[in-house]
Design a protein around this ligand. Structure first.
Ligand SMILES: [Zn+2]
Length: 170
């Protein structure tokens, strides 16, 4: 039994809207541009929901994944453009890991996760460096299946989401 604390069923209206954004995504990819950088400039590539931003400063933006593989699936975007971690200047590692530590602690405390997996792939360019945090809950199998769990739809329980923001930003 999966922990579905921040998970709900698919939503046709939102999916239709996402499909319309997908056209812009395809268009910038065809021009060889980075969709994430274009979205930071124009906000027209990804369907954004400010309620789901857990943290933001000059270097990072942290959002709850709208199509999570697990409850509390979180994305850390490094704002400057790097194709993948091999291009990331090493001085970013310290603030990144301090932030990651805070987010993982918050997901454990607020959502009750047993473990939180940390992964970066950024495959299939042009791509923009980001990290995924995927929680595992009690009773779920250990291991890599967590990384490829079925995608669901986020449930906007703002009490829980605001609690996550509180612990990450304190
Ligand atoms: Zn980029």
């Amino acid at each position: 039994m999966l922990n579905e604390i921040l998970i709900t069923e698919s939503n046709e209206a939102v999916e239709k809207l996402e499909a319309s954004y997908k056209k812009n995504w395809n268009a910038v990819r065809e021009q060889g541009l980075c969709p994430t950088c274009e979205n930071f400039k124009h906000h027209n590539i990804f369907l954004e929901d400010d309620d789901l931003t857990l943290f933001e400063n000059d270097l990072f933006k942290v959002i709850l994944e709208q199509k999570p593989r697990r409850s509390g699936h979180t994305i850390i975007i490094v704002k400057p453009h790097y194709d993948d971690i091999s291009e990331m200047p090493i001085h970013i590692a310290e603030p990144l890991f301090l932030l990651t530590n805070k987010i993982i602690s918050a997901i454990k405390k607020v959502l009750g996760a047993t473990k939180v997996y940390f992964v970066t792939m950024c495959d299939g360019g042009p791509n923009h460096l980001h990290f995924q945090l995927i929680p595992r809950y009690e009773g779920e199998d250990h291991g890599s299946k967590v990384f490829v769990g079925e995608r669901k739809r986020i449930k906007k329980d703002m009490l829980l989401i605001n609690n996550l923001k509180y612990y990450i930003n304190e």
